[in-house]
Design a binder for this molecule. Structure first.
Ligand code: LLP
Length: 462
């Protein structure tokens, strides 16, 4: 992938970021002071060209690798990472489809003009209303997550006189995230149907796995068309081997289903989870490498099994939008604290916090931060960036070196907040959620406006 404009500081910053000689950072040609003056802080700033480049990079890498083994790929942008009407349009313009996980995400994708057949609907507990809307809009695939849901989707399709296109979400025992994957025989999680057969304790023969039971059930129902099998193994994955192991297991299940029913499903989805860099020096998963590795693995398995390769699909969210976004804050207070070991930690409070980025509090996620509105010659100090919430766990960046003269009024940016920042934002302490501002070619525009106190009061019936 390209490395950004001249002066690009490198990952985890989006490729339109550069720091001028005066120390002021700009994103896609728009200076941070202009962004703050026009849109206020805190603000989520999205680099449109960076988003588009990553969407293209994933599509090209996977298409190239899978076409080379005689298969093909559809890339679904996982809207849970961040979905706005404009973002859904960018994804579509770059040749991606859209994966949704609720009626709300589905509504935004439809509002963006994404055609129903290019949308997928996920969820482990979809409501009748969500499934009904998906069927009415001709959504291309409903990913069923349980036996109850097979029955539910069949009933709702039957009521409408339509045949629902479904995939069955299976769990392969592969769980990945962070730097490694683990493979276990049993499943202790709410998602999907396990491919592991139950192990009876009374000595009787093992029955069908929940996954096989669901697949047989779908095949038997005239209201359902079995498109394929779906597997999602985790998130923020930096080791691609988990994808290969899971894809193999899914292809074996597909071959077994074909042997038993004569139905060889057309499609296999290997989910999302492609990891990104959050800190300087971290290396993101390379889409070309993972695409090549997985394509080679599935090609070998299909040859072993004697079945032709299906069409594949993937669902990256974070890898497309995460690095494209940063959060711009204004520093409000600075408080040096002397620790027991004699070190000094400087608490830098910004005008947002855990309501605009819950990930540090929820997952102990690590982020980076820099003062972006000016140059500084001051010696760096050990700093902790915190928010303005009434909670001591309200941490934005646990540990980062900031210039020793960091002060009230400074603009501070946290990179790689494009994914799961706005989409997991809350109104804790009744803070209003920041706007999502897109920048491109020297211009900024608001994609989602800042919430106001009037918005909050409007929901309160008194
Ligand atoms: N497909 C399915 C079925 C998923 O469950 C997910 C994420 C994705 C795709 C997209 O995964 P991605 O490529 O964005 O990693 N809130 C957490 C992440 C939860 C992800 C849940 N599922 C976080 O902030 O790290």
């Amino acid at each position: 992938m390209s490395t950004g404009l001249p002066g690009y500081p490198g990952e985890p910053w989006s490729r339109g970021v550069r720091r001028g000689e005066d120390g002021v950072v700009e994103v896609a040609g728009v200076g941070v002071h202009d962004l703050a003056a026009e849109h206020g802080t805190p603000a989520y700033v999205l680099d449109e060209a960076d988003f588009r480049a990553r969407a293209r990079a994933y599509r090209t890498a996977f298409e190239t690798a899978f076409r080379a083994v005689g298969s093909d790929v559809d890339v679904y942008y996982a809207g849970k990472a961040l979905l706005t009407v404009a973002v859904a349009r960018w994804a579509r313009e770059e040749g991606l489809r859209v994966d949704t996980a609720s009626g709300g995400e589905l509504a935004v994708a439809l509002r963006a003009g994404v055609p129903g057949p290019e949308i997928g609907l996920h969820g482990n507990n979809k409501s009748d209303a969500e499934i009904g809307r998906a069927l009415d809009e001709g959504v291309g695939r409903i990913i069923v997550d349980s036996l109850v849901e097979v029955e539910r989707v069949a009933r709702l399709a039957g009521e409408r006189g339509v045949v629902a296109p479904v995939m069955v979400r299976v769990t392969t025992g592969v769980h990945a995230g962070g730097h490694e994957y683990i493979s276990t025989a049993h499943e202790d999680q709410k998602f999907g149907l396990s491919i592991a057969a139950p192990r009876p304790t009374d000595g009787s023969a093992a029955g069908d796995s929940p996954a096989m039971t669901a697949l047989l059930d779908v095949v038997a129902r005239p209201e359902l068309h079995l498109l394929g099998i779906h597997s999602h193994i985790g998130s923020q994955i930096l080791d691609p081997s988990g994808f290969e192991v899971a894809a193999r297991a899914v292809l074996e299940l597909r071959a077994e289903l074909a042997a038993r029913t004569g139905v060889l499903v057309d499609e296999v989805d290997i989910g999302g989870g492609y990891g990104i860099a959050y800190l300087p020096g971290e290396v993101a998963l390379d889409p070309e490498r993972v695409a090549k590795d997985v394509a080679a693995a599935v090609d070998a398995v299909a040859a072993d099994l004697g079945t032709p390769l299906p069409r594949f699909s993937i669902e990256p969210g974070r890898a497309i939008v995460g690095p494209a976004g940063l959060t711009l804050y204004t520093v409000g207070t600075v408080k040096p604290v002397t620790l027991d070991d004699g070190r000094v930690r400087t608490y830098v409070s910004v005008d947002g916090g855990m309501s605009d980025n819950i990930r540090p509090a929820l997952y102990a996620a690590q982020y980076h931060a820099e003062v972006v509105g000016r140059a500084s010659e001051a010696e760096p100090v050990l700093a902790r960036v915190v928010g303005k919430h009434c909670e001591s766990g309200d941490i934005v960046v646990h540990e980062v070196q900031l210039p020793g003269d960091v002060r009230a009024g400074d603009l501070l940016a946290v990179p790689a907040t494009g994914a799961y920042g706005r989409s997991m934002a809350s109104n804790y302490n009744l803070l209003t959620r920041p706007p999502v501002v897109a920048v491109r070619d020297g211009e900024s525009r608001v994609l989602v406006r800042r919430e106001t106190v009037e918005d909050l009061l409007a929901l309160d019936e008194g």
